[in-house]
Design a protein around this ligand. Structure first.
Ligand code: ARG
Length: 465
């Protein structure tokens, strides 16, 4: 990056001394906003096309501008562009280079436009593409999850509340719970996209412009749904970026919760799943270690994305209308939120199909911890005992089991009968893990046939996108 403090500023007319060298660096954004170049050039091409359509530029001028911009695009993509800090941002770097290359015609591009509507347009175009890429990764992750769930519709594991064994569930059911969170995230992302996809171009600095511009045309050329409705709002609003960051914070929160479970499940203490070596790393001192770094990092990265949401909310909260330079600070949080979410979704989408459940271990764990105690209570209720009394009876049976080191299903009928004489031989059907999950046979329940049906529905929802 060059720092030629003597170069002429595009806005230098009313200034009598050069910008202070530190101030120049302090106010510049080109180091981080150059990633907008592709969308900046697309916005400029649409603007030039519109200016020609309404007679502000000639067709020749338009073609010269478009050819020049496309050549600049190629050079930037090839890494052959010399970015200059003294030209402040991506917009002025590209425009100055255009004028360097095509001469006076380049100076006409900015007619009827300001960097204020230009930058708002660029961010929206950029974010729209990133939303689509993120949506695809989210879809890939959900496909993997639902397939794994479908394959494990009858794999029994303990379900937890308070991280204490509660009732048996199926692994498929647990995975579909994650999918529900991600399905809502996808819906939120698509809803956010609608508000991102509005064109601020033509709002100019804040009040609109005196040229006979056609905002419908630029909106259409750029694939926006419509022009925004108020010029002041158009240049100052960043709530579309805040909305994206709140989506990002939520999806990261969901990935973080799943990560936490993956980390627990890979531990020797749980031993519920095996994570292939390629998603883990070793320890430099303890040779036996295989650490679940990928889920740990996803969990860790959630913090910074939550932070970006707070940064943007705080950035906006005191800004008077319309554009303020504060808004230049929108980019780094937004870009980092985009990059982080995309990487984490990619890591998860790659990792989930590679998970193999250690079924025996899940099953053994579900057998410990009296996970069918509620089933016994429900059984007693069916035999006419009020629920509160049956709760008491089962509590006593569990205390006995703890003392005798026996699960409920391992006790004899005689042993069980000491707590209630309504207990008969048929009790063993409800005390098995299979019987317990199969009995929760309703929409949203953990019965294997319900899990199968839920997986099929989830798959259909994903395919309908
Ligand atoms: N780099 C600026 C930003 O990111 C572009 C808009 C600057 N507009 C201005 N009037 N200084 O927001």
């Amino acid at each position: 990056m060059s720092q030629d403090t003597h170069s002429v500023k595009p806005w230098g007319g009313r200034f009598s001394e050069a910008t202070d060298a530190f101030v120049e660096r302090f106010t510049a954004s080109v180091e981080f906003d150059q990633r907008l170049y592709h969308h900046d050039i697309n916005g400029s091409i649409a603007h030039a096309t519109m200016l020609a359509a309404v007679g502000v530029l000639t067709d020749d001028e338009k073609s010269t501008i478009i050819d020049g911009l496309n050549a600049i695009r190629e050079d930037i993509a090839a890494g052959k562009f010399n970015w200059s800090v003294s030209l402040e941002d991506v917009h002025m770097n590209v425009e100055a280079e255009l004028t360097n290359r095509i001469g006076i015609t380049g100076k006409k591009l900015h007619t009827g436009r300001s960097r204020n509507d230009q930058v708002a347009t660029d961010i929206r175009l950029y974010l729209r593409d990133e939303i689509d890429a993120i949506g695809q990764e989210l879809t890939r992750l959900q496909q993997g999850l639902v397939t794994l769930a479908d394959n494990n519709a009858d794999t029994i594991m303990p379900g937890f509340t308070h991280l204490q064994t509660a009732q048996p569930v199926t692994f498929g059911h647990h995975l579909l719970a994650w999918n529900e969170m991600l399905e809502r995230d996808y819906q939120r992302l698509m809803d956010c996209r609608k508000r991102v996809n509005q064109s601020p171009l033509g709002a100019a600095a804040l009040a609109g412009t005196t040229y006979p511009i056609d905002r419908e045309l630029t909106a259409k050329l750029l694939g926006f749904e419509a022009p925004t409705r108020n010029s002041l709002d158009s240049v100052s609003d960043r709530d579309f970026a805040i909305e994206f960051c709140s989506f990002a914070a939520l999806v990261m929160t969901h990935l973080s919760r799943a990560s936490e479970e993956l980390v627990l499940w890979t531990s020797a203490q749980f031993n519920f799943i095996d994570l292939p070596d390629r998603f883990c790393t070793g320890s430099s001192i303890m040779p036996q270690k295989k650490n679940p770094d990928v889920p740990e990092l996803v969990r860790g990265k959630t913090g910074r994305v939550n932070g970006h949401l707070i940064s943007l909310l705080t950035l906006m909260k005191s800004q008077p209308l319309a554009y303020n330079k504060d808004n230049q600070e929108d980019k780094e949080p937004l870009f980092d939120a985009i990059d982080t979410v995309k990487d984490c979704l990619r890591a998860f989408a790659d990792m989930i199909p590679a998970i193999s459940p250690v079924k025996e271990s899940m099953y053994e764990s579900a057998k410990r911890g009296f996970s069918t105690a509620t089933d016994l209570a429900d059984y007693l209720v069916r035999k006419g005992i009020p629920f509160r009394d049956s709760h008491e009876v089962v509590g006593k049976s569990v205390a006995y089991g703890i003392e005798q080191k026996k699960d409920l299903s391992e006790m004899s009928l005689e042993e069980l009968k000491q707590f209630s004489d309504v207990i008969e031989e048929d009790v063993f059907e409800v005390l098995t893990l299979e019987g317990s999950v199969a009995a929760r046979d309703h929409i949203g329940g953990t019965a294997p046939n319900q899990v199968k049906a839920a997986a099929a529905k989830a798959k259909a929802l994903i395919e309908a996108r």
